[in-house]
Design a protein around this ligand. Structure first.
Ligand code: FAD
Length: 482
């Protein structure tokens, strides 16, 4: 009897370093490579734009090899059942993912496969080490990053590289050819086609090129051009100094483990290079994924329980000013407008906008998380939840509650000439590099430059000194159980 395997792609949209696909091809006569698109379970609008392009590119790469990606669109449970019926696999392979909507779909798949007596095999290749392998002396997951990082670094020499090639003979790609299936299985789902055609989506894609090939090119560019200065330059938002690989990583167009082996190979050839600072960031990603694996409710609830009683103000006007980049605080507005224009925001600025929203404006971090989830191309359940909880002070290894970023000091430090602000807040571009960080403190210069505060650019939505004091009072009260 012919052996058929269904390989279910959740967000590992690549053809290299993918053990689930590799094992399926090695073990089976026929392999169906399937993506299920459930419009009720997508992550966010910007994510969907990337997803649409990534699926198209993957489809094109497979067609080039005489193979196909099969697309099922609609309610996940119904479509999964339909795929089992149409493909008749004896086994389903998938790479385990954390966060919603993945865990819910994984549970549904488990139930359906069990009912139909189809074997379901998880692969843990999207983790560096299988969850539970890196634990502390008590056998518990690390909840503080630095000891986690040290433990992982100790274990890294034992890490085995994933095979790059998923097929050993080119003709094996033909196992992924399904001419008998209805034409709609080969077409991008309607909801993704629609989103892709929106002007907003077209605008985002001017800045990015999704897909596996582009991911590798981006990695090479970063490693050879920016890695040596990463530690110093990474905090300056105007510089193109970080890898900008986050969306590629989110969609699994490149494997984080494969990046690690590329990195050490390059570091060995260039011994003067310090690759640790960037490796550390990659491991923050791993830490976030493990936190969601061990504490899945932290996607929506504070890790530190006492923050569940926090009284948020949730002022709709403040939230809207923040979302639209109209807070009157230039570095914040620059970041929020960069996000809207490009689907990306620099990490330092992400921390600043999150701190302003949660600590100065006293808006629940979940609103910020939701906005990011909808507008970031790299929106990721694990990194986004961890980032917001870290800044809000309620997460694992969080910034202390009393630490508010002062956006003006940060702006002067990391955008000293104000050119990042000038780029994204052009109405302030004529201001001096002193006044541009806080125009309301320089009314004469504003008048001189024809900038009418309150008309051309808003006054700040909040008095930063007062909001800081109020935040500290609120959190003190919370800590005392009030
Ligand atoms: P690089 O500096 O080149 O880092 C390399 C990779 O390491 C990144 O691509 C990313 O995968 C990982 N990484 C870097 N910093 C972090 C971090 N602090 N936490 C976890 N992983 C990290 N990142 C996302 O990928 N998706 C999100 O939805 C997301 N939301 C965030 C929300 C907030 C409030 C904050 C403060 C941070 C958030 N981050 C998120 C983390 C970080 O800002 C981005 O990963 C980074 O800016 C992406 O740029 P890069 O690829 O050039 O990063």
């Amino acid at each position: 009897m012919e052996k058929t395997t269904l390989v279910w792609l959740q967000r590992e949209l690549r053809l290299s370093h993918l053990p689930a696909l590799q094992d399926a091809i090695a073990q089976s006569d026929k392999v169906a490579l399937v993506y299920f698109h459930d419009p009720q379970r997508t992550l966010g609008q910007a994510n969907s734009v990337w997803l649409a392009h990534s699926l198209l590119r993957l489809q094109a790469s497979l067609r080039h090899k005489g193979a196909e990606l099969l697309l099922y669109s609609g309610d996940f449970a119904q479509q999964f059942a339909l795929a089992l019926q149409e493909i008749e696999p004896q086994q389903v392979f998938y790479s385990v993912q954390v966060g919603q909507p993945f865990t819910e779909m994984q549970n549904l798949a488990l139930q359906m496969c069990k009912k139909r007596q189809v074997a379901l095999q998880p692969f843990y290749s999207e983790f560096w080490f299988t969850p539970g392998e890196v634990v502390n002396k008590q056998g518990n997951p690390y909840v503080v990053f630095t000891p986690f990082y040290k433990a992982v670094v100790d274990k890294l020499p034992a890490l085995q590289p994933l095979d790059e090639r998923v097929v050993t003979r080119d003709e094996d790609w033909l196992k992924l050819h399904w001419p008998q299936l209805p034409a709609e299985r080969f077409e991008l789902p309607l909801s993704l086609r629609e989103i892709q055609n929106r002007p907003w989506a077209q605008k985002l894609l001017q800045y990015w090129q999704p897909g596996e090939d582009a991911a590798w090119q981006q990695l090479q560019r970063f490693i050879t051009q920016n890695l040596s200065d990463y530690d110093h330059d990474r905090d300056f938002p105007l510089l193109d100094a970080t890898s900008r690989l986050s969306a590629y990583l989110h969609f699994g167009e490149i494997s984080a483990q494969a990046i690690y082996f590329e990195l050490i190979a390059y570091a060995e050839e260039n011994p003067q290079l310090n690759a640790q600072p960037w490796l550390r960031q990659l491991l923050w990603r791993e830490f976030a994924r493990l936190m969601l694996w061990f504490f899945p409710n932290t996607e929506t609830e504070p890790f530190q329980q006492k923050f569940a009683d926090m009284r948020w103000q949730d002022n709709a006007e403040s939230l809207s000013a923040w979302q639209s980049g109209q807070t009157g605080i230039p570095i914040i507005d620059a970041g929020m407008r960069e996000l809207w224009e490009t689907g990306y925001m620099h990490n330092r600025v992400r921390m600043l906008v999150a701190s302003l929203l949660t600590k100065d404006l006293n808006v629940n971090w979940r609103h910020g998380q939701a906005w990011f989830a909808n507008t970031l191309l790299d929106a990721d359940p694990a990194n986004n939840a961890m980032g917001w909880q870290w800044v809000a002070g309620c997460g694992v290894d969080a910034a202390p509650y009393y630490r508010l970023f002062n956006p003006l000091r940060q702006s002067e430090k990391f955008d000293a000439q104000g050119d990042y602000i000038r780029k994204w807040v052009p109405e302030l571009r004529t201001l001096s590099s002193k006044a541009i960080h806080a125009p309301w403190l320089y009314p004469q210069e504003c008048v001189l430059k024809g900038i009418n505060l309150g008309k051309h650019y808003p006054y700040p939505v909040v008095d930063l000194k007062r909001s800081r004091a109020q935040h500290l009072l609120r959190v003190d009260k919370l800590k005392r159980g009030g």
